[in-house]
Every structure is written in C-alpha cells, then in structure tokens.
Design a protein. Structure first.
Length: 299
C-alpha cells in the first residue's frame, strides 16, 4: 500500500521496512500493520489534537508531571510550543505506561518506542498469525467469562499497584489471543495518586468490564471490585499479592445533616466575632494596636 505521510520518516530511518495494511482507525489514532526489523508489528499513528475526538482530555492530563519547567510553563500558557509539548506528553504517556505495566505483570503489547507521534509496538496475534480480535467480537461460555473477568480484575489491580488507572477500559480496548485478555490503548492512563478523577475512572473501567462479562456470567453483576481495590489502595494495603473477593461492604449510614449545619453555623458565628473584635480594636485610639509606622526603626 501507499506509505502514509506520517510513516515516511520511519521508513526513511529504517525503523519500518514496509507498510502492509491499515488495521483500524479510531478516535485517537490510526493503526497500521508494518514490517519492522524483520517482524510484523503495528504502528499507531496518533491523530493531531484538532482531529482527535477523545472527550475530556483535560481530566486525564491532571496530575501528569513535566520535569522541564520551561515546558511546563509553555503548556500552561498554551503557546504553539506548549501545545506541541502537550501533544508529546499525551503520546509518550502510552509508551511509558506500556513499559511500566509490562514490568508490573500486566499483559500489554510490547512497546518498541515512540517516534514523531508514531508508536511502534507488538502486533498481538493468535497462533496462526491472525490479528487477535477485540473482546467485543468474542463470545464465550460462563466458565470462560468468569475466568477471564478474574484475569482482567487482576490486571486492573496490578495497574493500580503500579499507580495507574487505565481510564478508558472497555471491551473495545481489550484484545483476546490464545492466552487470554491483553490490555491496549493507554494514552489516557492517569496517575492514581495525583488525579482527582482516578477513583471514578477506576469504577467506570471495572463497571465496563463487568457489564460485558456478565452477559455470559450474570452473577458478576453482584461484584464490587473497584471499591474493594480502592479501599485497600487508600490505606496502603493493596499489593500485587492481594486476593480480591469482589465483595465490598458499603457504608449506608445516613449523614447527620443537622449536626453538620449547626457546626458550620457555630464556626461562622465565631469567625464573625473574631472579625468584629479586630474591627473594634482598630477603631479604638486607646487600643494597644501598633501601626507599621510605629514599628519602623529609627533613622
């Protein structure tokens, strides 16, 4: 096929030998099957920000650290240089997450590097060399659904132990090869400790996966893995060896609203009294208050 414009530099640099065919085009990138270093791999070409339809990207970028202070200032100002740095950070987030999660024991495509907005990584296939299907194209028995759901929950837990929440996990972002689920699509991965939306994203990730697998194993709808994981994570007790049950006891006790309101009113009244005392002292010429000029050193 004709070489896409964004892949020409990689071909010229010898990183890609041949572009074979387009695999898919999604909301954030177009993915091609390529021959690289004598192997069949995939090249994920990220779309430019103006063409990318990923919603609420700002929520996902919250808490991401930028080591270079000049780049951080430029990103805050929104200059052309800053926008370029923002794009680089968005793209590099995926390759960084892939390396980190692979080391943590999560099944993800092996990354080979990100070059000018193109991520080269492993092409996940079955034993016959065919591209592995997405989970949404796979049907299974109840037994298989229970087994694969447990595997995915373990991966989500390992991700959280590594300080990462996928943020967009669903049956469309999981491949299934002969060995089970493989987690993909991570440019929006968030820092679990630094992003205020991390818990709600974790809940959504788990709910999406549970909803899909429960089509084959309805009993999974009664599980609450996200809440169980997060409760352990918050108190520093979540580890890669944690055994999850999917059970979580919610606090259903009603908040004592009246007491809370009374405490707020009391605090407000106390603050008003304090401000009044200060005002009275400043208006009383016989008070002990000392102006700044009185404290000035003698010349």
């Amino acid at each position: 096929m004709k070489i896409p414009k964004r892949l020409i530099p990689l071909v010229e640099d010898g990183l890609v030998d041949e572009v074979l065919y387009q695999l898919m085009s999604g909301k954030e990138a177009t993915v091609y099957a390529v021959k690289s270093q004598g192997e069949i791999r995939c090249a994920k070409v990220y779309k430019e920000a103006m063409k990318r339809s990923f919603k609420k990207a700002v929520q996902y970028q919250e808490g991401r650290k930028v080591r270079n202070s000049r780049r951080a200032r430029a990103m805050e100002k929104g200059s052309s240089f800053g926008r370029k740095q923002q794009e680089d950070a968005w793209q590099n987030a995926e390759v960084d997450a892939l390396f980190k999660l692979s080391a943590a024991g999560v099944r993800v495509p092996q990354p080979f590097g990100c070059y000018d907005g193109v991520l080269l990584m492993e092409l996940v296939t079955d034993t016959e060399g065919n591209v592995a299907p997405r989970l949404n194209d796979v049907s299974m028995s109840e037994e298989q659904a229970l087994e694969d759901h447990a595997q995915v929950m373990m991966y989500v837990m390992l991700m959280l132990c590594a300080g990462i929440v996928h943020g967009d996990l669903s049956e469309f972002n999981v491949l299934v090869d002969d060995y089970g689920p493989v987690i993909i699509d991570l440019p929006q991965a968030v820092d679990a400790a630094a992003n205020n939306n991390a818990f709600s994203m974790l809940q959504r990730d788990v709910r999406n996966m549970t909803d899909y697998y429960s089509e084959f194993a309805p009993a999974l709808q009664q599980t609450h893995y996200a809440e169980e994981m997060w409760a352990l994570y918050q108190v520093g007790e979540l580890t890669p060896d944690s055994e999850l049950s999917g059970y979580f006891e919610f606090d259903n006790s009603e908040a004592d609203v009246d007491t809370v309101l009374e405490e707020i009113k009391a605090a407000f009244a106390e603050e008003q009294e304090r401000l009044q005392r200060i005002s009275d002292a400043n208006s009383d010429p016989n008070s002990d208050s000392i102006s700044e000029s009185d404290n000035s050193p003698n010349r």
